[in-house]
Design a protein around this ligand. Structure first.
Ligand code: HEM
Length: 160
């Protein structure tokens, strides 16, 4: 394999990482949380959420790592670090920003306190806690979709 083949392989891994990760976020946001909000037994609602999202969180962690490592490799290969200095590459900033947020949430905040904090909030006022959770997921999903659209157009030559 020559260097160019490595770039193609890395791009493929990057997109597989993005699809399994952002696709999962889309499912949680548009299907799982709205269905959970309809469950009236609040203990059951929390338990189901923890079981299902807990399983997704391992997948999301692996996908975040694969996406980040492949993204770094491509940036280095393309010697494209200076894109961060140009506003026309806003999609590079947005991709990296989304990656950073998810990395902090999945690897730092969730194990340290977010999981416990959400449990406490859901015990106090389940409707409110799930409404907040839904809002956060909606914001992150919207930003992720904008990043995907910008990245596909931008990396295939569209000049913003
Ligand atoms: C540290 C984080 C990331 C870095 C360093 C990174 C870097 C890169 C680089 C260098 C490219 C290739 C650009 C080109 O060929 O001109 C790329 C493509 C792409 N990235 Fe990222 N990325 C990161 C995270 C993300 C995230 C979080 C998403 C999704 C929300 C994403 C979605 C994409 C997509 C869809 C493409 C275009 C693939 C194609 O159509 O060929 N990336 N990324």
């Amino acid at each position: 394999m020559n260097n160019f083949d490595y770039l193609i392989l890395t791009r493929t891994l990057h997109v597989i990482g993005v699809v399994t990760w952002i696709g999962g976020v889309a499912f949680v946001t548009t299907v799982l949380i709205p269905s959970l909000k309809k469950i009236t037994d609040t203990n059951n609602r929390l338990e189901l959420f923890e079981q299902l999202e807990g399983k997704f969180s391992l997948q999301a962690r692996i996908a975040t790592l694969v996406t980040g490592i492949s993204g770094y490799y491509m940036l280095d290969f393309l010697n494209a670090w200076d894109r961060y200095q140009h506003l026309q590459f806003w999609w590079m900033h947005l991709m990296t920003f989304i990656w950073a947020i998810f990395t902090i949430v999945l690897f730092v905040l969730e194990p340290l306190f977010l999981h416990r904090w959400f449990r406490e909030q859901a015990a106090k006022d389940s409707d409110n806690a799930f409404a907040w959770l839904h809002r956060m997921h909606n914001i992150l999903l919207t930003l992720s979709i904008i990043a995907v659209a910008g990245a596909v157009a931008g990396s295939h030559g569209y000049q913003f």
